[in-house]
Ligand binder design. Structure first.
Ligand SMILES: [Zn+2]
Length: 89
């Protein structure tokens, strides 16, 4: 079963013209090609989504590493400040 590309009514597979509106229907060959293309596009979109998720994870990991570095640097700074504090303060 397929659907008319013009009026959307259901018709049997392989019909060349819609029995409701008379519009010529794409051939099975064309439909098969379109289905294959749609499947390829779906797979590509999935790959892109995975890559985006991966890139996002990488960015988060880099940010977290930077944050930890900054924290460690701040801690060292703090310790040095305490060490170099003149006596009597
Ligand atoms: Zn139709």
């Amino acid at each position: 079963m397929g659907f008319c590309i013009n009026c959307g009514n259901q018709h049997h597979d392989g019909v060349r013209f819609c029995r409701f509106c008379g519009t010529g229907q794409p051939s099975e060959q064309l439909l098969a090609r379109l289905r294959a293309e749609a499947e390829q596009i779906r797979l590509l979109r999935m790959q892109i989504q995975q890559q985006q998720a991966h890139a996002q994870n990488d960015a988060y990991a880099r940010l977290e590493a930077m944050r930890q570095q900054a924290e460690a640097a701040a801690r060292m700074n703090n310790q040095q400040n305490q060490q170099y504090r003149p006596p009597g303060w």
